[in-house]
Design a protein around this ligand. Sequence first.
Ligand code: IPE
Length: 266
Amino acid sequence: MILIKLGGSVITDKSQYRTFRKDVMARLASEIAQSGQSVIVTHGAGSFGHIVAKKFYINQGLIDFNQVPAIAHVQYDVRDLSQMVVNQLRAANIPAVSVAPGSCFVMDDGKLIATDTEAIRALAHMGIMPVLFGDVLMDRAKGFGICSGDQLMELLCDIFKPDAIVFVSDIDGLYTDDPKTNPDAKLIPEVTKKTLEEIRTGSTVDDVTGGVVNKMEAMLRMCEGGREVALVNGNVPGRLLALLSGEDVPCTMARGERYDNQRQEG
Ligand code: IPE
């Protein structure tokens, strides 16, 4: 089974409030269906979540009660987006159902607490794809907060122990700097613990590479046991399908150590 996160920057126009990129989502759904792989999809919120969440400081938790209607507002919008995503998956003959994390999980000071995952497991067991997404969750310490699609990927990784993981983004992979502003930025084809240290100590470390470091850390956490975790460009038609079909494509691949290697070394 392969776990896929569709980034909000691919399935929405992040600069325009509530702009769903329906054609892109339809193509990605058909690439997933054509691959013939068993897949579980999680998606980001893009302009259905970030714009209003930022305006009302939702990620800081409860500051004042004017934020409360905004929580329901964002939750409404991301559920709407998720229905649109599911619509396209179903149009590609994938039986999928949207599962709202804010309605079944909570957080504790930003940490996702998922005590009951029975329904998600049972859906998948029945051959129905549970589709989770970045959402506003109630938080035991802060009142509420944002749970990202990436946090959900780590949870789903623990539950389903997938063979591989793919993050679908709007760039070819991780770069040493922001390729949109720095022409000297270089694609990082492979992430290991060593590359992470090099980036961390590199002279170009700034906010953008800080984001890169976080993403690398998350990718490395998920590739335990030799599982491949890839970051690939979903805006290039056919690239996700090629990756799912085992072809060599431009991307960033995180590789962990296999348990058998670790045993040999130890
Ligand atoms: C964000 O989810 C959720 C909200 C803002 C409510 P993600 O962080 O996974 O979304 P993208 O992929 O960056 O858009």
